[in-house]
Design a protein around this ligand. Structure first.
Ligand code: SF4
Length: 343
């Protein structure tokens, strides 16, 4: 086993049944319909690294994020943390420990915090849920150890740049950026190794976004955390990520180190995404705006899923699905790794 590897997703799939109710189907003579939100995804995250995942809305990023932390059961495939399967760990204490090690930070910090709870109770809940204080887990432990927990809550709040006295306040007394700090403190409460950040700054003012990203980077350095960062913002991914995976219609179309991806994209969809971002260093090359809408995932086009929008599509692209090989899913890139740089 690779000692640096922390998380591994193998052939992960999630299919949703989006059929009409039975009676309507019978009357309209319609078949059942299925949506493949994530369709066979493999990736790995090493200790201390950040894997950015980008793509348009509906590409399957958030479904993937929820499966990776165990909030959504995959239809097929595995998520392994240090080689232990998140969904198949038989022994309850192993299962609990695997879940403790994975946390998630959501896009909307207000919706993810219980408005009726004081900040202290919000932040320390995972400590009791996972039995990380003397006295075990549950409400009894909370009642028996109020002093210890206050200290730990204060530490966590300080770690994210808040005052320990904030533990007595309610979420509505804070700004959006402060609420995201509370959500981060709560995620850190279970001493995780791995955090999935789902659009952690997109609900915040631009002036606050950089502060939260810097905080996440500082915490990564201090605590050795690994992140999966889901975002549609390429500037965020360029600032934060070690590697970037580009998703399209439930699959990765390219994974590369961040610098390589921005300097030499190998998949036409990646290039189109990069072209949409104003960047002075990319001047001099004609930009190809992405045309059309993403296809309906219930009824994807035959061949390469990107072919109806791809300026380089050839006959083969309309008939043959390109496999994800050598970190890219494009027939032309497989034939000649540098083709897109010359195109
Ligand atoms: Fe474009 Fe063909 Fe490559 Fe798909 S396989 S991205 S259609 S060139």
């Amino acid at each position: 086993m690779n000692a640096a590897r922390l998380v591994e997703a193998r052939d992960l799939k999630r299919v949703f049944d989006v059929s009409q109710p039975w009676l309507s189907r019978v009357i309209d003579r319609e078949p059942r319909r299925f949506l493949k939100a994530v369709d066979g995804v493999d990736f790995a995250v090493d200790r201390g690294e950040t894997l950015g995942i980008v793509g348009e809305s509906g590409s399957g990023k958030s479904t993937l994020a929820r499966m990776v932390v165990g909030l959504l059961r995959p239809s097929a495939g595995q998520v392994l943390i240090d080689g232990v399967d998140l969904f198949a760990a038989g022994d309850p204490s192993t299962r609990r420990d695997v879940r403790r090690r994975m946390q998630m930070i959501f896009q909307d910090p207000y919706a993810s915090l219980n408005p009726r709870w004081r900040v202290g109770a919000i932040v320390d809940e995972p400590i009791f849920a996972f039995g990380l204080m003397e006295g075990g887990s549950g409400a009894g432990a909370r009642a028996s150890n109020p002093h210890g927990i206050t200290e730990r809550t204060g530490e966590l709040l300080r770690l994210v740049g808040l005052d320990p006295a904030d533990a007595r306040k309610y979420p509505h007394e804070f700004s959006g950026g402060q609420r995201q700090r509370i959500a981060i403190a709560r995620a850190l409460a279970s001493n995780p190794d791995f955090i999935v950040c789902d659009e952690p700054t997109s609900a915040l003012d631009v002036s606050i976004q950089a502060q939260i990203l810097n905080l996440l980077r500082d915490l990564q350095e201090e605590l050795g955390l690994s992140y999966v960062l889901i975002t549609h913002n390429l500037a965020v991914v360029r600032f934060m990520a070690t590697r970037v995976g580009v998703m399209y219609l439930g699959r990765f179309v390219e994974i590369a180190r961040t610098d390589d991806l921005f300097a030499r994209p190998r998949h036409p969809y990646t290039r189109v995404l990069l072209d949409a971002v104003p960047d002075l260093t990319m001047s001099g090359r004609a930009r190809t705006p992405v045309g059309g809408e993403p296809p309906n995932p219930i009824d994807p086009p035959p061949g390469c899923p990107f072919n109806p929008r791809c300026a380089f599509a050839i006959e083969r692209c309309r008939n043959e699905v390109p496999p994800f090989h050598d970190n890219v899913a494009c027939h032309l890139a497989h034939d000649d790794p540098d083709w897109l740089a010359r195109a």
